[in-house]
Design a protein around this ligand. Structure first.
Ligand code: HEC
Ligand code: HEC
Length: 333
């Protein structure tokens, strides 16, 4: 059913966009707008937490280890390295523009950024701490106590405030002003002829059926291997892990294509090393279409125009631990 309805959707999209002269207001992709910061102190606190490896059992792994803001909010590894050098089971998605996602994680098992942020701290493969221990560490640090008090007005810290501050920081990690967005906003010189050709192919061949909206993805779950099955050794089941429905097997959240030039390797298993490979697989498996090398190169050229202004991060100075702060345990069993 789902496969048919997605194919139907692609058909409708194709007939809608094929060869028509639309104004940019009717494009299937909309520009990223800058974040509006309502509570700067909360964002600043969230930034500290994002960079603080003391949220991990080892004292060595922070959110930024796997979502490196110097590398497009990802780690550029097939699968992340977690506690005690363990290899994670799935590719780390970017945190950039993640506030635009319908849900978090490849299978959407967290409904929003707040719910998501609690996960990695106590995931034994990732930061391998517990919420109790992480909160105990933070509560032992006077600098944090003062800052949480200022932001939340309470004397002691709870995990809910930790995840709330992390989410507030992540909401600022949007990337407006890409060359493609400049074009969308009317600067017709912002793209080259080849980049525009790539965008036309992206629309006319049906990529936009799944990769659309502000994030060019992130807003639906779709089958990986819609036309031709995807073969992988990776164990991830996709959305079926959440719904328990067989029909959802291999349905993954469509990744955002914003900043995709920075977030290699690609797919949930990280098996596509380059954009050329990823575009080729998408064409064949999702649309039953084999692009010529030149068509592929044009689509890749278009995808590279989706790199926006990266968040300007002033590296935070973290408040020091106290004598009674629980010590890091990098090598515990
Ligand atoms: C050891 C590596 C690692 C660490 C540390 C880590 N993450 Fe992740 N993160 C991942 C992986 C891998 C996924 C994808 C997991 C999945 O979908 O099952 C992910 C998913 C996410 C997502 C969802 C993005 C999306 O598009 O679905 C967000 C947001 C996120 N992490 C934020 C954080 C925050 C905040 C922290 C720190 C508290 C953190 N991560 C720590 C590896 C890591
Ligand atoms: C039927 C829906 C659908 C269509 C059509 C589709 N995609 Fe995708 N795309 C997905 C899904 C789902 C994933 C994630 C698959 C996975 O990781 O297993 C994805 C992943 C990608 C990725 C990798 C992103 C990353 O960060 O890992 C790129 C690049 C991409 N698509 C480009 C395209 C292009 C170009 C086209 C058109 C030729 C296209 N897609 C057509 C659903 C679709």
């Amino acid at each position: 059913m789902r496969k048919q309805s997605t194919l139907l959707a692609i058909g409708i999209v194709l007939s809608l966009w094929a060869g028509q002269a639309w104004s940019t207001a009717q494009e299937p992709i909309q520009p990223v707008e800058p974040a509006i910061v309502k509570d700067p102190a909360k964002v600043e606190l969230g930034k500290k937490l994002f960079f603080d490896p003391r949220l991990s059992r080892s004292g060595a792994i922070s959110c930024n280890s796997c979502h490196n803001l110097a590398m497009g909010g990802s780690d550029n590894l097939k699968a992340s390295i977690g506690h005690k050098w363990q290899q994670g089971g799935i590719n780390s998605p970017t945190v950039l523009n993640s506030s635009l996602n319908i849900a978090q994680f490849w299978d959407g098992r967290a409904k929003d950024l707040r719910e998501q942020a609690g996960g990695p701290i106590e995931n034994p493969m990732e930061m391998a701490s517990t919420h109790e221990l992480a909160v105990q560490v933070l509560n032992s640090i006077p600098g944090y106590r003062a800052e949480f008090k200022q932001v939340f007005g309470k004397d002691s810290i709870t995990i809910g405030e930790v995840t709330s501050a992390l989410a507030a920081f992540e909401e600022t990690l949007v990337t407006p002003n890409s060359r493609f967005d400049q074009w969308l906003k009317g600067d017709k010189k912002a793209l080259t002829v080849r980049e525009l050709g790539g965008y036309e192919l992206f629309k006319n061949s049906g990529c936009v059926a799944c990769h659309n909206g502000v994030a060019v993805g992130g807003n639906s779950f779709q089958k990986m291997g819609l036309v031709t099955p995807y073969v992988t050794e990776n164990k991830a089941e996709g959305r079926a892990a959440v719904t328990g429905k067989d029909a959802d097997r291999f349905n993954f959240k469509v990744p955002t294509l914003r900043n995709v030039a920075l977030t290699y390797p690609y797919f949930h298993d990280g098996e596509a090393a380059t954009l050329t490979q990823a575009v080729d697989v998408m064409g064949r498996l999702q649309l039953g279409r084999t692009f010529t090398p030149d068509e592929n190169a044009q689509i890749v050229a278009f995808l590279k125009t989706l790199t926006g202004d990266q968040p300007v991060i002033q590296y935070p100075v973290l408040p020091p631990s106290e004598d009674d702060t629980p010590r890091p345990e990098p090598f515990v069993k």
